[in-house]
Design a protein around this ligand. Sequence first.
Ligand code: PHE
Length: 445
Amino acid sequence: MSANKIWQGNTTFILAAAGSAVGLGNIWKFPYMVGSNGGSAFVFIYLICIFAIGFPVMVSEILIGKYGRKSPINSLKKLSVEFNLSSYWKYLGILGAFAGVIILSYYSVFAGMAFSYIFNVFPSGLENPSQYSTNYFTNFSSSPFDLIFWHSLFIILTSLIVGFGVVKGIGRSVNVLMPFLFLFIILVSIYSSFVGDFLSTIYFLFKPDFSVITPQIVISAMGQAFFSLSIGMGAIMAYGAYMPEKQMIGKTVITIIFLDTFVALSAGLAIFPIVFSNPFLAINAGPGLIFETLPVAFYSLPLGSFFSIIFFILISIAALSSSISLLEPFTAWMEEKEKFKRPVLVAVLGISIWFLGLGSIFSFNIWSDLRLFGFNFLELMDYLTNNIMLPLGGLFVAVLVGWLVPEKFLEKNLNLSKYKFKAFYFFLRFVAPVSITLVFLYLVF
Ligand code: PHE
């Protein structure tokens, strides 16, 4: 791999990987999943999954990418040749590449909504802004044409950046935008806590109540952990290929995980105080939650529309820095086949993903009654990727790196102290695969 395909400096890799991890998963999805899954019980299991499963899997993915310096699929191939393993391991990469494009198909619908909210400035003098906000979202989501317009715009932007190449396309911009997003989300959560019901929020998010834990909550929390960290499908593995040779993987992963968790919890602290202090807003509103609540918070703020505009711009950018990593594994794989140029591949992929996304758009309106295995189209895509494909990918990564790659190779490449390595290795070999398997066994039986 040529030098211009490696990100320069340690912070660029961290911010690019954090840019992939931090996105709609943290700001849009985490709050509504918490709201619909019993609050603290979900948060508790989510945090356990992040550290017990997310950490070892993310380290392993980056290790494979950095070692292979190719697309996830070809890095896996290289690894299996090196250690005399079955050539079937490349299918782990292929599973991930497909998971990425399926996720992108609905991710783009919600990112498009976030985009459109940049221009959604509430009229002044509203008597009941919460009701206005709920009605606005209901009307907006029942119009397929509006949603298609914004979805198209988002797919075009994602494809343009990926078409130019990820290293050039985002290396520089994340350095500026990510810190700005972190700062802003902190400010909004502080503001919400002052004007809304902070105490109820803290109880809801953190007061332990294990009695409400159900298998469904465990499955959703685990899926959310994978989704939020961008692991189990090769996004982080693809980025690992662009990591500077000397950068330490362990420390880098800790930083990324910390940033990701921090943004998710801050989003909860920004949203729930508003919901709890407002009888018109419901915590279990589902995917529309942030669109219904945040504009209400901004409405009561001096210079509210200005803040609202900035906030939705930042969310859109965070979504964009994640969506490119969803598209990258498939694109890099196809590019290595050297039959077509990157822009052509991306155009074909973009159009296919756009079509698939229509199904999710129609779930809000013309197909809202359609059910497949008890889910609407959007829920099915979401369930299939987050709860099945990503954890399955994570399970295979843990088995591959934990059991088939020699320990010596890991020790050499990870450069951890003896004690830290032992802990990491234990979580990778036992904790992660066993817990994912247990969840799957429950799903099957
Ligand atoms: N982690 C991203 C988010 O939270 C979504 C994502 C999932 C990106 C999987 C890449 C791979 O928004």
